[in-house]
Design a protein around this ligand. Structure first.
Ligand code: AP5
Length: 217
């Protein structure tokens, strides 16, 4: 791993829904020493707890739409005040709009953006087959990463992991989030920011190896 990733700057893990951000985040977090901060996980926790924020976010999430920037910025600003964020974090699924990225730049410096590239045609199968272990948070897939038999009975499927909702999430991605990749690439030409693009079409191990290789450069 390059030594500058051990500084107090943050890392952004970027990609379409189902690209494998959550799957790869654990290894990247260990390799860089940065805690994973997933806005999707934080929103799902708020929905489960029935907080005001969760109630506001739920309708957007169920419809496959982005939750308004103001809610997300509030969530992240609060999270970044926690002790474990002082050395920078690994953002998973954030920022998702240019407005979020602009607000983020006021809170922490981003030194690395890892873009996992997966075409739309691979996304639907990945999302619809995804299962989660509610006890450990582990992510499985009925075909690509089957769960061990002792946990398979307790697996759950995310409410937004239906074929219809995936299409809406992909639309939101192309319209609101994808332009951010160009925004970061432009920023990298004028700053120390490093943007790496990883082919996410291979198997889980293969993608892990590609990311590991890039982190070692
Ligand atoms: P969020 O939870 O962030 O969902 P997402 O970005 O749509 O990403 P996913 O969690 O679906 O996919 P992933 O890339 O982590 O893939 P995974 O590793 O699980 O957001 C949910 C909702 O919250 C949004 O729709 C929005 O409403 C709201 N939200 C969240 N953040 C927001 C923000 N910043 N702004 C506004 N709204 C926000 O992998 C998927 C499946 O594929 C798994 O089953 C896995 O086992 C499998 N898999 C992974 N890699 C591979 C591989 N290489 N080969 C084969 N299978 C693989």
């Amino acid at each position: 791993m390059s030594s500058d990733l051990r500084t107090s700057t943050s890392i952004v893990l970027f990609g379409p829904p189902g690209a494998g951000k959550g799957t790869q985040a654990g290894n990247i977090s260990v390799a860089t020493g940065k805690p994973q901060v997933s806005t999707g996980d934080m929103l799902r926790a708020a929905v489960k707890e029935g907080t005001q924020l969760g109630i506001e976010a739920k309708g957007y999430m169920d419809a496959g739409l982005l939750v308004p920037d103001s809610i997300i910025i509030g969530l992240i600003s609060e999270r970044m005040l926690q002790d474990d964020a002082s050395g920078g974090v690994l953002f998973d699924g954030f920022p998702r709009t240019i407005a979020q990225a602009e607000e983020l730049s006021k809170i922490t410096d981003v030194s690395l953006v890892i873009m996992i590239e997966v075409p739309d045609e691979d996304i639907v199968e990945r999302i619809v087959g995804r299962r989660m272990d509610p006890q450990t948070g582990e992510i499985y897939h009925v075909k690509f990463k089957p769960a061990p038999s002792d946990v398979s009975s307790r697996l759950i499927q995310r409410k937004d992991d239906t074929e219809d909702t995936v299409r809406s999430r992909l639309d939101a991605y192309h319209l609101q989030t994808k332009p951010l990749s160009e925004w970061y690439i432009e920023a990298s030409k004028e700053t120390q920011l490093r943007v790496i693009s990883v082919d996410g079409r291979g198997g889980i191990e293969q993608v892990s190896e590609l990311i590991e290789k890039e982190l070692g450069r």
